[in-house]
Ligand binder design. Structure first.
Ligand code: KIV
Ligand code: ZN
Length: 403
């Protein structure tokens, strides 16, 4: 059996995630989420960007003091003032990491930083050495790595490692790369730095490829993946932690990599983040969306009632979701309806069921879904008997939980 490699999960929900418009968090909210990320089992929490504001400095300092198991990282541009501030926030951590970044693509060097490649290399060396004088754990990120000349990127990575960086992160800052580009980049940089540092992926989702690219990076030697809960982050977001982790778990046959994530804590963590930022997860979001384990179509409901594996590739409990839901709508079939009636304590005869079915689909045409209270009311009309609504209140979202 192939040996399985351990992938370090670097969560940047509290840094890159909160950089998305409308997602900023107070120090108390960040601390609350950091404790949840600790329960989830992430290896590294990027707690913030200490120079960006006094509030963010305070958040990083508080998390560093209170969350002792994972590594706590703080972001810094490749300039002394940022690194000093990051260290001031991190110094009390049990396992601190300074994360230094500098753009390396010609587009960024010419138009944003207005420095030459030689100046960039020099800044990498001095800033990493500056951080390393404070802290043994230093990550260097080559911002816009995927649009950087590959030979120059290799020079940068080697310079950073020689200056003391222990992790080299190659971000797809603008979400531009394809999986094959990512594989080429990681393979080449990996060849240059060998085992002197851990390679890390940080993929943005502008083309919807962030998770696929993160997996491609792992296949090409990355052993750290940077991601966020619910995939939040700049523009279209970062690689979603829950999707990346579950892809490795569900496709363990093809992907011989493990993480330390307690997957049952995925849904609670996703919900905790939504509650804090006040932004709901889209229902069709993989793993943690409300529809991730919901089935409305008659053919699917029939399959699910016969065997759960027909239309689900993972059990809802594995990710901390309440359970499979069979939702009654205009696409539902007789078997799904019968199952819902039985769940409410009613075994209807075929003619009754057929009449009920006609009424339920007519209602669903108007209301989209039919919840247990509505179903109970129709059964009452149909059978003229009172109904005890045991399970009804539990499924106000419009679906019975299949157990
Ligand atoms: O996307 C990016 O390049 C970043 C770096 C700061 C790591 O977020
Ligand atoms: Zn980023």
């Amino acid at each position: 059996m192939a040996t399985r490699s351990r992938i370090h999960v670097f969560d940047t929900t509290l840094r890159d995630g909160e950089q998305a418009p409308g997602f900023s968090m107070t120090p108390a909210e960040k601390l609350h989420l950091a404790l949840q990320l600790d329960r989830l089992g992430v290896d590294i929490i990027e707690a913030g960007f200490p120079i960006s504001s006094d509030g963010d400095f305070e958040a990083v300092r508080a998390i560093a003091g209170a969350v002792r198991r994972p590594i706590i990282a703080g972001l810094a541009r490749a300039i002394p003032a940022d690194i000093d501030r990051a260290w001031a926030a991190l110094a009390g951590a049990a396992r601190p990491r300074i994360h230094v970044f500098l753009a390396t693509s010609d587009i960024h060097l010419e138009h944003k930083l207005r420095i030459t490649r030689q100046q960039c290399l020099e800044q990498v060396r001095t800033s990493v050495a500056h951080a390393r004088a404070y802290c043994e754990d230093v990550e260097f990120s080559a911002e816009d790595a995927t649009r950087t000349d590959l030979a120059f990127l290799c020079e940068v990575a080697v310079a950073a490692v020689r200056a003391g960086a222990t992790t080299i992160n190659l971000p797809d800052t603008v979400g531009y790369a394809l999986p094959a580009d990512i594989q080429r980049m990681f393979t080449e940089v990996g060849r240059q730095i060998g085992t002197l540092a851990i390679l890390s992926a940080h993929c943005h989702n502008d083309l919807g490829l962030a998770v696929a690219n993160s997996i491609a990076a792992v296949q090409a030697g990355a052993r750290q993946v940077e991601c966020t809960i619910n995939g939040i982050g700049e523009r279209a977001g970062n690689a979603s932690l829950e999707e990346f982790v579950m892809a490795l778990q569900v496709r363990a046959d093809a992907l011989p990599y493990d993480t330390g994530i307690h997957t049952q804590a995925l849904m609670p963590t996703s919900s905790a983040l939504s509650a804090v930022v006040g932004v709901a997860v889209p229902p069709n979001k993989a793993i943690v969306g409300a529809n991730a384990f919901a089935h409305e179509a008659g053919i699917h409901q029939d399959g699910m009632l016969k065997h759960q594996l027909t239309y689900e590739i993972m059990r809802p409990e594995t990710v901390g979701a309440p359970g499979t839901r069979l939702v009654l709508g205009k696409h539902s079939g007789m078997r799904g309806l019968d199952a819902r009636c039985r769940a409410l304590g009613h075994r209807l005869r075929q003619p009754e069921l057929e009449r009920l079915y006609t009424k339920v689909t007519a209602l669903a045409d108007r209301t989209k879904t039919v919840d247990d209270d509505q179903l109970a009311a129709i059964i009452r009309e149909e059978t003229a008997t009172p109904i005890a609504l045991g399970a009804a209140a539990a499924s106000r979202r419009g679906g019975a939980v299949l157990r």
